[in-house]
Design a protein around this ligand. Sequence first.
Ligand SMILES: [Zn+2]
Length: 297
Amino acid sequence: MLMPTPTPALRNAMSIDVEDYFQVSAFAPYIRREDWNGLECRVERNVDAILALLAEQQVKATFFTLGWIAERYPQVVKAIVAGGHELASHGYGHERASDLSPAAFLQDIASAKKLLEDLGGVPVVGYRAPSFSIGKGNLWAFDVLRDAGYRYSSSVYPIAHDHYGMPDSPRFAYPVRDGLLEIPVTTLRMGSRNLPSSGGGYFRLLPYALSRWMIRRVNEVDGEPAVFYFHPWEIDPDQPRVAGIDAKTRFRHYVNIARTQGRIARLLGDFRWGRMDDIFLGREASPRVPAPSLSPA
Ligand SMILES: [Zn+2]
């Protein structure tokens, strides 16, 4: 008897933004950049835990790594590469791209790329802006990224949010410049709104079953791979608590932090996952319907 060949499930992209808890943009008003060096660093142990989790489930992922971290913890970079994961760039100093001049942005992304490539011994072609800080006001950042040798960016969040977002930009990967893809983190279209469905505080806040349902919808209804992201500090309930922060920041940073590692483990088991470059630049990349081009507003 002939059985229909099951369609293999789409492979989604798993990504980790490698930075420490004190570098989170929402803490910037409370923690001075000059004080970073003196704070307890947790990133090494947290990346180790993530690498173990990924190895257990045989998943390869993309690590958007901060130059500041790479410089101080070269073994973190080496462990990421040794694990077969994609080494990518989160810039050097975690300044929002929207706060920098084009020259300062170039300096930040070029120095991070060189540092990561020297330490990792692999080409670095992917970039994610801190706090998804490429939007209508700084579309020049795409030209700078392409000129610096990056081949893709994952820096636009097509949602409305108080800190970031460009809700009317395309929801799926598209060529934003000649030779540069923009690969947005995943949203679910509901009515006329895009709902965040791909990690960060929303993943910690929402019930796991809802997050899983949203990713399934994107795979089955949109027929597109999802792009998921999280941070090493999100699996670390023992991180030092930052004092004196406002209630909204505290809630967003710490909500369900003790449950996140378990949820990530479930997520890794419930879907197929891969590196951003394999999925979007490699053999699995499928030609997309041309997306509406972004023009400066
Ligand atoms: Zn970041």
